[in-house]
Design a protein around this ligand. Structure first.
Ligand code: UN1
Length: 491
């Protein structure tokens, strides 16, 4: 099968007629051919989106929302099939793939409802016979650049609020997950999104991404990916004063206090550290443990990690799927080496899976390091794989300090049965998301999603915060006095 770009309501081949292959990370099998588009394709998509904006911005928001209701329904109808395709394309186990599609469904219905809310406000004017209100305006063409680890959820977090707010879209999905992007845009088309309102251009960051972030007709950029690329996106997009939302890395920690329910903590840790093979921005990669239960927690974790079953995500007995590609395996292994060299103790894992059954895929053994200190690189840098580092602390104060001493600030968690400790942690943990007695993953779509400091640039996705990014305020004054009234001068 060969995918095509979607520009101005037409499925079209890239101008250069170049295609590349998409692989199954569990088997190495070729799944599809995908356009390797260039600047010219992106420019055409931007022009179509610019043209469509003229009419889409005037479609009443509740009507825009109705299209999203249909999108949500179609996603629901196809959830199982979409999840299967997702597993084939990027490896996550079936249940998690279904969860990923479910986030898209939730976002569709939530943003559809926003079509009838999108509240502004009225406020009294300081002058008589004058009316004042603040309304939300659409902005223009939105460049949407998404990663492969949530191939359905993350594009929907960006595209649906962009649309309900009245913007048009040029969507550049990750090169590793084109099929899901194609399926999502097919559904948007089927649900009745008018031509030019959503455009899809497959291709590299260097070609397509670069065009989006530098083109003067793109008004805003929403990007999720690495810190390195994010910084570049902000710099280039800043050149034409675009509005930019960046969702970047994480180095998320779970704190386990002596008084925690250990069984619950172990469940939360395993799920957060090894779910999606550790390839979530929200994944737990640091475990900050109070000294009294450190040894017991270590033994329990070793036993659970050793029992995790690696395999293809489509096999229902699999706990941990493959990494996305060879480079990811090399990166994870490089960090394991760094950890050993830094003097951390490798408790379990730490190598590429040798089982013959797994040899054609990108499988890495779930890994636990102990005796990790907070300055070590494995405790500071994002690994994006199944590697967990245990750090011992004496007190809550020290745990909070360790949690906060990284450049990232996405998600954090504490397991404790002490309500006072829980509330202190809520106050003092410097992350955009905090969990009490649950792991670091599992954000729901109607709350703001995003992080502090190096995780981004202060914007939030999801919830009503998404509308703050995808719309701009217009202050409106209506003077019905019939005479000139000068603000700040006339009484
Ligand atoms: C991501 O890893 O980029 O909270 C997104 C979670 C998911 C979303 C993760 N709902 O883990």
């Amino acid at each position: 099968m060969r995918l095509l770009n979607f520009i101005d309501g037409q499925w079209v081949a890239p101008v250069g007629e170049e295609f590349q292959q998409d692989y199954d990370p569990a088997t190495g099998e070729v799944l599809l051919e995908v356009p390797r588009s260039g600047r010219e394709d992106a420019v055409r998509a931007i022009a179509a989106a610019k043209q469509a904006f003229k009419t889409w911005r005037l479609v009443p928001a509740p009507k825009r929302g109705e299209i999203l209701f249909r999108v949500g329904q179609l996603l629901m109808d196809r959830k199982v099939e979409l999840a299967r395709e997702m597993t084939r394309e990027m490896g996550k186990v079936t249940l998690e793939a279904q969860g990923d599609v479910q986030e898209g469904i939730d976002m569709a219905f939530y943003m559809a409802g926003e079509g009838r809310r999108s509240f502004g406000y009225t406020t009294p004017s300081e002058l008589p016979d004058k009316f004042a209100m603040a309304t939300r305006d659409p902005i223009g063409v939105a460049g949407i650049i998404t990663p492969w680890n949530f191939p359905m959820a993350i594009p929907t977090w960006k595209i649906f609020p962009a649309l309900v707010a009245g913007n048009t879209v040029v969507f550049k999905p990750a090169s590793e997950t084109p099929h899901l992007a194609y399926q999502l845009v097919k559904i948007l088309e089927e649900a009745g999104v008018p031509k030019g309102v959503v455009n899809l251009v497959f291709g590299s960051g260097q070609e397509v991404g670069e065009t989006l972030i530098s083109h003067p007709d793109v008004a805003l950029i929403s990007f999720t990916g690495s810190n390195e690329t994010g910084r570049h996106v902000a710099e280039v997009a800043g050149g034409s004063l675009k509005r930019v939302s960046l969702e970047l890395g994480g180095k998320n920690a779970i704190i386990v206090m002596d008084d925690a329910d250990l069984e619950l903590a172990v469940d939360g840790i395993i799920w957060s550290a090894f779910g999606t093979t550790g390839q979530r921005c929200t994944a737990c990669s640091r475990l900050i443990v109070q000294a009294g239960i450190y040894d017991e927690l270590k033994e329990r974790l070793k036993a659970r990690i050793g029992a995790l079953k690696l395999g293809a995500g489509l096999d229902s007995s699999t706990d941990v799927g493959p990494l996305i590609n060879r480079q990811a395996m090399e990166k994870v292994h490089k960090y394991v080496q760094i950890g050993k060299d830094e003097g951390a103790h490798l408790e379990i894992g730490g190598e590429v899976a040798t089982d013959a059954r797994l040899s054609s895929g990108n499988f890495y053994l779930p890994t636990l390091f102990t005796d990790v200190s907070m300055e070590m690189r494995i405790a500071q840098e994002e690994i994006f794989g199944p590697v967990l580092s245990m750090i011992k602390v004496k007190s809550l104060e020290e745990a909070v300090e360790v949690n906060n001493r990284v450049t990232y600030g996405l998600s954090s968690s504490i397991f404790t049965s002490n309500v006072n400790a829980a509330f202190r942690a809520i106050r003092d943990l410097l992350t955009g998301i905090v969990y009490i007695n649950a792991g670091t993953i599992g954000a729901e779509i109607h709350l703001p999603f995003g992080g502090t400091r190096g995780t981004g640039n202060g914007h939030r996705e999801a919830g009503t915060a998404a509308l703050d990014f995808f719309s701009e305020w217009k202050a409106v004054y209506v003077d019905y006095s019939g005479k000139l009234q000068r603000a700040q001068i006339d009484d």
